[in-house]
Design a protein around this ligand. Sequence first.
Ligand code: ADP
Ligand code: MG
Length: 261
Amino acid sequence: MAKIFCIANQKGGVGKTTTTVNLAAGLAKVGQRVLMVDLDPQGNATMGSGVDKRKLAHTVYDVLLESATIAEARVQSDKLKHCGCSYDILGANRELAGAEVELVEVERRERRLKEAIAAVDAEYDFVLIDCPPSLSMLTLNGLCCAHGVIVPMQCEYFALEGLTDLVNTIKQVKANLNDDLQIIGLLRVMFDPRITLQQQVGEQLKAHFGDKVFDTVIPRNVRLAEAPSYGLPGVAFDPASKGAQSFISFAKEMVARIDKK
Ligand code: ADP
Ligand code: MG
C-alpha cells in the first residue's frame, strides 16, 4: 500500500512545491515508485517536473470531477526519465481553480481524491500531494486521503504563528474525516546557518516538537531555485549541489521513518 503525504502550509512561498518535486525525485532515485499530485491551480509542481501544464489532456481537475481516472490522467516526463529519477505526475493548471466552486454542489466532495487514489494505490510506494497555499476544499481533499502531512517551514520569527491554523485544521480533519491523519514532520527549509536567528528558531523547533522535526535541514541553495526554469527538480538538475544532496538525504530519512513503523 502506498504511503500518502500532503506537503502543506497555508503560507505561500515557503517551499512546498520545491519540497514536493525534490522529494519525489529523491525517492525515485532511491528506487521508490512515486505518484506526484499537483493540487495547486498554479501548476508549479507540474511545470517543475518537466510537464507543460497547458498541454495536458487531463488533469487532477478531471479526476476530482470524475471525468477521468488517475490511470487516464497521469503522465510522465521525458526529462525526468533522462535523469534517472522518473515519477508519475497528476498535473494541474488554472482550470483547477474552478473545482473549488464546482465541488460545492457534489456529493462526497472532500473524498474525491481519496477514492481516485485508492484505484492506483498498489502501483506506488509513495503518493506526494503538493497543496495550494490555503486551507481550501482542494487542500481538504488532500488531507482527507493522506496518512501524514509534511510541513516545510522557514526558521523565522513568525514561523510558529502560522502553524497554529494548520495544526487546528489537521485536528478537525482527523476528528471528522480522516482518523489516520497526523503531522509527520516539520521540514526546515531555505536554511542559512550564518543567520543566528535561523539557528535559534531551528533549535527551538527541535526542542518544542522533538522528533516531529526532521533531522534533515534543507539549505538555501540557488540551484534549487534555478531548476524549475529548466523543468526539473534540483535533484535532477544538479545532483551534486548542496540543495540536491539534502533532498536525497531527506528522501532516505522518509524511507527510514516508514520502515520503522
Ligand atoms: P510554495 O510552493 O510554498 O509557494 P516554492 O517551493 O514555490 O514555495 O518556493 C518559493 C520560492 O523559493 C521559489 O522561487 C523557489 O525556487 C525558492 N526556493 C524554495 N526552496 C529554496 C531553497 N532551499 N533555496 C533557494 N530557493 C528556494
Ligand atoms: Mg507551490
